[in-house]
Write a protein that binds this ligand. Structure first.
Ligand SMILES: Cc1ncc(COP(=O)(O)O)c(C=O)c1O
Length: 407
């Protein structure tokens, strides 16, 4: 007989890395609710409610506000494959790993990709973005709001207007910031925005909320090619080239989420329950309160780290409110510290990628973990582990500074 292993019993960790973070208990409870068929009127009602709730989260009136089934990257891929026609020029401002991800996906979509880059730890100023858009004349600009790899947040308030002036669409990857930092989709004229649950929304990975406006809809719908087995007699395809993915075809996903309820994939029932509950929790708290809570936790964490004698990474004026990069002190083995935090304190913090690998840790304070006890526990544990590693630091200074910052 094949081995069937032990009962599932994962350790209780405090997830203070760049995501996933601990899911809110109400979200886990929602996921245990009974399954329904995807065309059950009650389930369709939950889908409609989920759209309405995410209009609140994205701060938009967009009709097309829905979930893509998959992790955050699935919505990035759905947006790009549905918006980019082969040969289209796409501009990607890269300020970290997730900019490179959008370059890679856009290339797979057959785009003529133009890249501008800044050093990791910085963001673009308005002049650089304006110059690049003027020069490249892209059909689409695809940018991250916050890039967890560098912990930086790109200011986006003026970019939507700039894109409109140059007749470009703007796609924003808000995976790591939605719910934790202000991102008013309509006020900032963002055409398509997507996210994932496992960061500031406080859910598990596996569902990707996305919103798109009429400008984006126009570009997508002209490429609609309904699956043969679902086509109504005489139904015509759109004049544009077919979207190069079936699963991530937003034209078909929109039909599925519309009143037509045209079959596409089987909606991920429990993930929809989770996404719906994440949005309810966030909107019950109120967006301004959630943003302020994330900012407060970040201020307290950074005050604590500095008081411990550690150096923060990157341009602090543009640091994300929900994740902090901190240099691994000279002579300290960064991976050993992370392993000890996990083994001895059940706390996870993040490593880093590319040019930052081995140089910084990344500590997340997001979703329901953006709270005082989680920050103080993490700082206390880090102090204990660093002390054991013979790093000299003032006793309790980190926790005390963070407590003072929380007021
Ligand atoms: C900005 C950004 N985009 C995309 C992703 C990819 O998300 P996922 O791993 O959920 O597909 C991440 C994950 O950390 C991210 O931070």
């Amino acid at each position: 007989m094949a081995e069937i292993f032990e009962d599932l019993n994962p350790p209780q960790r405090l997830l203070m890395g760049p995501g996933p973070i601990n899911a809110h208990p109400r979200v886990l409870q929602a996921m245990a609710a009974p399954l329904l068929g995807q065309f059950d009127p009650k389930f369709r009602e939950y889908m409609t409610q989920t759209s309405a709730l995410y209009r609140g989260v994205f701060q938009t009136g967009n009709r097309w506000t829905l979930l893509v089934d998959g992790t955050a990257r699935s919505a990035i891929e759905a947006a790009l494959v549905s918006l980019i026609e082969p040969g289209d020029r796409v501009l990607v401002p890269v300020f970290g790993r997730f900019g490179h991800l959008k370059v890679e996906i856009a290339r797979r979509c057959g785009a003529d990709v133009r890249v501008i880059e800044v050093e990791w730890g910085k963001v673009f100023d308005d002049t650089a973005l304006r110059k690049a858009i003027k020069k490249e004349k892209p059909k689409l600009v695809a940018v991250s709001h916050g890039d967890t790899s560098t912990t930086m947040a790109q200011p986006l308030a003026g970019l939507g207007k700039l894109c409109r002036e140059h007749d470009a669409l703007l796609y924003v990857d808000a995976t790591a910031t939605l719910g934790g930092m202000d991102l008013p989709t309509d006020a900032w004229q963002l055409d398509v925005v997507s996210a994932g649950l496992q960061k500031c929304l406080g859910g598990p990975p596996g569902s990707a909320p996305l919103t798109l406006n009429e400008r984006a809809e126009k570009r997508i719908v002209r490429r609609k090619h309904t699956e043969q087995g679902l086509k109504a007699p005489g139904q015509q395809d759109g004049p544009g080239p077919i979207i190069g993915s079936n699963y991530f075809d937003l034209a078909m996903i929109m039909d599925y989420w519309s009143d037509k309820a045209l079959n596409h994939h089987t909606e991920a029932t429990s993930m929809l329950y989770a996404a719906r509950e994440c949005a309810r929790i966030l909107l019950q708290e109120g967006l301004p309160n959630a943003f302020a809570r994330h900012a407060r936790a970040s201020r307290a964490l950074t005050a604590g780290l500095k008081a411990m004698g550690l150096e923060l990474f990157g341009d602090q004026d543009h640091k994300m409110a929900n994740i902090t990069g901190v240099f691994i002190p000279a002579g300290v083995d960064g991976d050993k510290v992370r392993r000890a935090l996990l083994a001895e304190h059940n706390i996870e913090i993040g490593t880093s990628f590319g040019p930052l690998h081995g140089r910084i840790w990344r500590i997340g304070t997001m979703g329901c973990n953006a709270r005082e006890d989680a920050v103080l526990t993490t700082l206390g544990a880090l102090e204990a582990v660093l002390t054991a590693e013979k790093f000299r630091l003032p006793r309790r200074a980190g926790v005390d500074a963070a407590r003072a910052a929380f007021g």
